[in-house]
Design a protein around this ligand. Structure first.
Ligand code: MF3
Ligand code: CO
Ligand code: CO
Length: 276
């Protein structure tokens, strides 16, 4: 049995314990502000994601923008992670660590940011195209974004998490892509990673029922090749075992009475590349 608990914005922050939190109006306002900042940061990165730029330069921009906005990077110091964003290039599925590596023409890269603003976490990621990207990669990026938005279209009271999972999986597999199973979306709010787990492949009508006030991310990772993932020795970077290209988009959403609110929509309409 899924358990839910109504929480107020100033309640003590309880660790993830399997109980799904239902937030009120103040929570929505907090997430709206944190989510907007996260989306604005990704918007501002667009002109910087070009051939020859080191991923650590992007990380520095992300960190500065968060600090300037009075926010804290949630990933900095998170379980030993020491950067302000994740940069996952080509066959990197997620959690690529910014470093000296230079972006090159034809790369696709996911940039994932999570500012904590007034205690609320806005978690979002997008794909960026570096220079001229092969059609095959453009298509993957396009379909992965469609997967996210089709999942979000299922996010309304009365539906279940499995309805979201199934919409994503069905669309990805229709294009003969595979959905990564090793990582999932997550509840969030005043915690970064909270219940429930949001899996991106599954059966309709299964899993916890969606209720107004639930906050969670949807963040499907879709591979051109097989779904299998391998961890690199740095303990963070996940890559496709067959080295096929992988793409991901992530939004943070809140379930409302009518459907859902997307907290991390791009103010500039930069939903998917090209960002012009
Ligand atoms: N932002 C990622 C997510 O979507 C988590 C990154 S954790 C890190 O949940 F430590 F790898 F940065
Ligand atoms: Co997330
Ligand atoms: Co994220």
């Amino acid at each position: 049995m899924t358990q839910y608990i109504s929480v107020a914005a100033d309640d003590r922050i309880e660790a993830r314990n399997g109980i799904i939190k239902l937030h009120g109006a103040a929570g929505f306002e907090g997430m709206r502000r944190a989510g907007r900042l996260a989306a604005q940061i990704l918007d501002a990165l667009a002109p910087h994601v070009v051939p020859g730029v080191a991923t650590e330069e992007i990380d520095a921009i992300v960190q500065r923008m968060m600090v300037d906005a009075g926010a804290v990077p949630a990933t900095l110091g998170y379980r030993g992670y020491s950067r302000s964003c994740c940069t996952s290039i080509n066959h990197v599925v997620c959690h690529g660590i910014p470093g000296e590596k230079l972006l090159k023409d034809g790369d696709i890269v996911n940039i994932d940011v999570t500012p904590i603003l007034d205690g609320w976490h806005g978690d979002t990621s997008r794909m960026f195209a570096v220079g001229d990207v092969p059609l095959k990669a453009q298509r993957l990026v396009e379909v992965t974004h469609e997967c996210l938005m089709l999942g979000i279209a299922q996010a309304r009271p009365g539906n279940r998490l499995g309805d979201i999972s199934n919409a994503i999986q069905t669309h990805a597999e229709k294009h003969r892509y595979s959905v990564v199973r090793d990582f999932c979306g997550h509840g969030l709010g005043r915690l970064f990673h909270d219940s429930p787990e949001v899996i991106h492949a599954g059966q309709p009508g299964t899993g916890p029922e969606l209720k107004p006030g639930m906050f969670f991310t949807i963040e499907p990772m879709v591979n051109i090749g097989r779904l299998d993932v391998k961890m690199l020795d740095d303990g963070w970077t996940a890559v496709t075992r067959d080295r096929s290209l992988s793409a991901q988009f992530e939004h943070s959403i809140g379930i409302t009475e009518e459907g859902c609110e997307i907290f991390t929509l791009s103010p500039k309409g930069f939903d998917k590349p090209p960002y012009i």
